[in-house]
Design a protein around this ligand. Structure first.
Ligand code: 1CP
Length: 354
């Protein structure tokens, strides 16, 4: 396993000292930093207005839209980090895989990957494939000043699920059938995706992103031993290459309570905890790493005082971690009232000011 190294400090002192980067490095921040997975997107009326008539993937490839959409939640909420507006399947599209993101469905792949020849037909990613990403990140970093930009990639298992199933799946049955039934094809596919993910993260950090998150949203479908055998080495390779860039690495999955120790060991600086795991337990399983999470995303639909009381519990539990980044336990649900997220952000800031 890759050794844990301390990420270096960015050149801009205000950025380096930002609450988010301090917490991610396990240092004492001025307050507990907060951002929300999927903070950009359909919950915001200004996002829906901008996306009118523009396809999801097209919007990811137009720097002026990426910059504006990424900044929208930062302006509205004053969150402590921006997350780059893109999607986990964008790098596949960029290398030439025939796929689309269909409204109300998600990523759909025209010819699902099942054989060694299918895997070999997927090109590796070079920076030229994603020059619009470099451009978008550069512009964003200039606009964001001392607010950190988080770059991201989909982890090999989660991306493989879309490629093998051909679209969103609950059971991941075809994916696991390939994993169990054709280990050589599986290994080649995971290596291919890991290489693309690492190269994609390298592009984002080279252009100025100051942290990265690896989303293994569907890894919770695996048993710990299958995760360890079939998935963890590939995620570890991505995280090892990201570690060489010297920025904090967040490793997140959903339903991963039983996997958290291994996800930490795969090479995370910050372990993302979903809402099903009591944060205190997540902190213990993160084995000395900082943590991110983990308010139930449906609590925004509860009365404000109920939401804030639960947020206070998360903040309190987070004090036991070497570093705590407040977040929801998964992405913002599209029907979320943005005013609730504004109240939640203010509450986290006020409640945690040191
Ligand atoms: O038209 C639209 O608005 C489509 C909705 C949408 C959006 C806003 C999709 C389709 N992707 C995104 C952006 C996105 N995707 C972001 C940036 C926004 C932000 O965080 O502020 C990020 C980080 C992602 C990453 C992503 N895409 C993940 C990992 C995170 C997670 O939620 O677990 C996954 C699994 C995807 C696949 C995907 N893309 C879109 C949808 C609806 C889905 C999920 C489909 C499914 O259920 O399998």
């Amino acid at each position: 396993m890759p050794e844990q190294t301390s990420p270096p400090v960015p050149a801009d002192p205000a950025l380096a000292d930002s609450a988010f980067l301090r917490a991610a490095r396990g240092e004492e921040p001025s307050h507990t930093p907060v951002w929300f997975m999927r903070q950009a997107g359909r919950s915001l009326p200004e996002y829906r207005a901008l996306r009118e008539g523009v396809g999801m993937l097209e919007s990811c490839m137009r720097p002026e839209l990426v910059v504006e959409i990424t900044l929208q939640p930062v302006r509205r909420y004053g969150v402590d980090a921006a997350i780059f507006f893109s999607d986990i399947v964008l790098p596949l599209k960029a290398v030439g895989v025939d796929l689309d993101i269909k409204p109300g469905i998600g990523p759909v792949v025209a010819s699902p990957v099942r054989t060694m020849a299918d895997v070999e037909a997927i090109p590796d990613l070079t920076p030229d494939h994603v020059d619009f990403v470099t451009e978008s990140v550069r512009q964003l970093v200039a606009e964001l000043g001392s607010t950190p930009l988080i770059g991201f990639a989909g982890a090999p298992f989660t991306v493989a699920s879309y490629l093998v199933e051909g679209g969103p799946s609950k059971e991941h049955a075809k994916t696991k059938a390939l994993m169990f039934g054709a280990p050589d094809v599986w290994d080649a596919l995971m290596r291919k995706i890991a290489g693309i993910a690492a190269a994609y993260l390298e592009v984002q950090v080279a252009a100025g992103a100051s942290a990265v998150q690896l989303f293994d949203s569907w890894a919770g479908a695996l048993t710990p031993t299958d995760y360890e055998q079939f998935v963890m080495p590939h995620s570890a390779r991505v995280l090892e290459r990201a570690g060489a860039l010297g920025v904090p690495r967040i490793h997140f999955g959903v339903g991963t309570g039983e996997l958290l120790g291994r996800m930490a060991e795969a090479g995370a600086d910050v372990v993302g905890i979903d809402w099903r795991v009591p944060l205190a337990d997540g902190i213990a399983r993160a084995r000395g790493r900082a943590v991110q999470g983990n308010l139930d995303p449906t609590l925004v639909f509860a009365p404000t005082e109920v939401m804030l009381a639960r947020a206070a519990e998360v903040l309190e539990a987070g004090r036991a971690a070497p570093g705590h980044v407040f977040n929801l336990g998964h992405g913002v649900i599209p029907s979320t009232d943005p005013d609730q997220l504004a109240r939640l952000t203010d509450f986290v800031h006020e409640q945690s000011a040191r």
